[in-house]
Design a protein around this ligand. Structure first.
Ligand SMILES: [Zn+2]
Ligand SMILES: [Zn+2]
Length: 137
């Protein structure tokens, strides 16, 4: 069995541990990811929620995504680092930020999402399939 994926926020108050392997890994260029990251995209690993444990105090911001679904963004009240996201329409999923991992080299992006929102200065791996929104299905 693979090592759990462990990580947390920048100051260490929030910690998580996830067993299992990512079901999806994407660089997302949607406007929400831009605003929240302060740059051109967010990098995300999505897991099955039943393998997840989280410790520490978390602040939440529930917002309506581009897709119309409610997305809840979880961040640290002390350092402000975005750590994970959950989705009202997909309660079995748990998405963490690539750089919140203790070992971010484990992130292997599969696709670029919301490429239609990209800025010319935000260059991602040209070998990745890029979708205007989310991949179909
Ligand atoms: Zn923190
Ligand atoms: Zn996004």
């Amino acid at each position: 069995m693979a090592d759990p994926f462990t990580g947390g926020c920048a100051c260490g108050a929030i910690r998580y541990s996830i067993t299992g392997t990512p079901v999806f890994a994407n660089d997302c260029q949607c406007l929400d990811c831009q605003k929240e990251s302060g740059t051109g995209h967010g990098s995300h690993l999505t897991f099955a929620r039943d393998g997840v444990t989280v410790s520490g105090e978390v602040s939440f911001w529930a917002m309506t995504a581009d897709s119309g679904n409610t997305k809840t963004r979880a961040f640290c009240p002390t350092c402000g680092a975005p750590v994970y996201m959950t989705f009202a329409a997909m309660p079995d999923l748990f998405t963490v930020r690539a750089a919140s991992l203790d070992d971010p080299s484990r992130y292997r992006p599969q696709v670029v999402t919301y490429h239609s929102r990209a800025w010319a200065w935000d260059h991602l791996d040209r070998n990745l399939p890029a979708f205007d929104r989310m991949p179909p299905g």
